[in-house]
Design a protein around this ligand. Structure first.
Ligand SMILES: Nc1ncnc2c1ncn2[C@@H]1O[C@H](COP(=O)(O)OP(=O)(O)OP(=O)(O)O)[C@@H](O)[C@H]1O
Ligand SMILES: [Mg+2]
Length: 312
C-alpha cells in the first residue's frame, strides 16, 4: 500500500483488516518498492495507492506498474471533489478506482469483486439464528442445522450468545480458545490462528467457535473484530451459522447485515410472537429484504407448550 501520509496508511490498513485483507507493506512512494516484492507468491495480489500529492505523475507511475504486472489487482484511491484524473474510466487496467472519502458498501463490493478474481471470494452462506424468547429453542435449531450442513459441506457454528451461550457444551466440547481470542490480533487473523481456535465435533465434522469462558472476556468481542472474523470464515467455509441473540446493538447489527438469512426462532405463544413481530419490524427498518428473513416455529403442535399464562 502506497500513501504519502503515514496516518492515512495506518487508517487504511485497519480499514482493510476489517475486510480480511492483510497489508504486507506500507510505503511512502512507488520508488520505495523493493524490486523483488513482486516475486513473493502471496504478495501483491492487490495494490493500493492514493495519487496524492501529485495525481497525474503518480497515475503515470501506477499505469506503468499495471502494464508490467497484469495479474495484480490495482486499487487507486482518488480524492473526491476534485476533477478525476481518469474521468471515471479505466484506460489503464486499474481494477478499481475508489473515491475518497470511502463509501463502505461500494468499497466492500470492490473488494469482493477482486477476491473472486483471485479465487478468494466469499463463498459461505451466513445463517444468523435469533431467538425471540429465552428457551424457545434457537440454539437447538442452530446446532442441528449446522451439524446437518457439516455432513455434506464445510460448516462452522459460532456462539454469539457471549455470556450464556451453550454451543460448545451442546456438543460436549471444551475448546481451549474462544471467539474472544480471535479479536486481539487485529491485522493478523489468518487461517492458522482460526484452525487453532476452532474445535471440531468428530461425528459431524462441524467446526465450532465457542463463547468466552469468562463472562468478563465478552467485552473483548467487538464489531470490527466480528466483521473481520465473519469475512475470514466466509472464505474458509461453505456455511457460517451464528447462534445469536435478539439484539440490534452494533455487534449484532453487523451480523444482521452480513447474513444471507436471518432465521427467527419462535414458539406459538404471545410473548414470542410479539417479539418476532417487533424484531422483523426492526429488520425492515434496517433495510433487510424479506427474502433474507425466515421464521422457524419450534415445538409446533406440542401439547401444553406456551399456552398457559401466569397472569391468567
Ligand atoms: N423441538 C424441540 N423439542 C424438544 N425439546 C426442545 C426442542 N427445541 C428445544 N428444546 C429444548 O428446550 C430447551 C431450550 O432450548 P435452547 O437452549 O435451544 O433454546 P434457546 O432459544 O437457545 O434458549 P436461550 O434463551 O437459553 O438461548 C433445551 O432443553 C432444548 O433441549
Ligand atoms: Mg440459545
Amino acid at each position: 500500500m502506497i500513501d504519502a501520509d503515514p496516518g492515512n496508511r495506518q487508517e487504511m490498513a485497519s480499514f482493510l483488516a476489517n475486510y480480511g485483507v492483510q497489508v504486507i507493506a506500507q510505503l511512502q512512494n512507488v520508488e520505495q518498492l523493493p524490486a523483488d516484492s513482486w516475486h513473493v507468491p502471496t504478495a501483491c495480489r492487490w495494490w493500493w495507492s492514493t495519487l496524492d500529492p501529485a495525481p497525474h505523475d503518480n497515475l503515470k507511475k501506477v499505469a506503468a506498474l499495471v502494464r508490467q504486472h497484469p495479474s495484480v489487482s490495482f486499487f487507486v484511491l482518488v480524492a473526491g471533489g476534485r476533477s478525476d484524473p481518469v474521468d471515471g474510466s479505466d484506460p489503464l487496467g486499474v481494477r478499481e478506482f475508489v473515491q475518497l472519502p470511502i463509501d463502505a458498501s461500494k468499497f466492500s463490493a470492490g473488494i469482493e469483486r477482486c477476491a473472486h478474481v483471485h479465487g478468494m471470494g466469499k463463498k459461505a452462506r451466513i445463517i444468523h439464528m435469533v431467538p425471540t424468547v429465552g428457551g424457545c429453542g434457537s440454539t437447538s435449531v442452530a446446532c442441528n442445522i449446522a451439524a446437518s450442513l457439516a455432513r455434506t459441506s464445510k460448516a462452522v457454528l459460532v456462539d454469539m450468545d457471549l455470556v450464556r451461550g451453550a454451543v460448545a457444551s451442546s456438543f460436549d466440547l471444551r475448546p481451549r480458545y474462544t471467539i474472544a481470542d480471535l479479536m486481539e490480533s487485529a491485522e493478523k487473523l489468518d487461517n492458522q490462528m482460526l484452525d487453532n481456535a476452532l474445535a471440531i465435533h468428530q461425528n459431524s465434522k462441524l467446526a465450532i467457535l465457542a463463547r468466552p469462558d469468562l463472562p468478563e472476556d465478552t467485552q473483548r468481542v467487538n464489531g470490527p473484530g466480528l466483521v473481520r472474523l465473519t469475512n475470514v470464515l466466509g472464505r474458509m467455509f461453505d456455511y457460517v451459522v451464528l447462534d445469536s441473540l435478539m439484539s440490534v446493538d452494533p455487534l449484532y447489527a453487523s451480523a444482521i447485515h452480513t447474513a444471507d438469512l436471518n432465521v427467527i426462532v419462535m414458539q406459538l405463544n404471545v410473548p414470542s410472537a410479539k417479539n418476532a413481530e417487533r424484531y422483523i419490524g426492526a429488520l425492515r427498518r434496517m433495510g433487510i429484504e424479506s427474502s433474507k428473513i425466515r421464521i422457524v416455529v419450534n415445538r409446533f403442535g406440542e401439547e401444553g407448550l406456551g399456552t398457559s399464562s401466569p397472569m391468567k
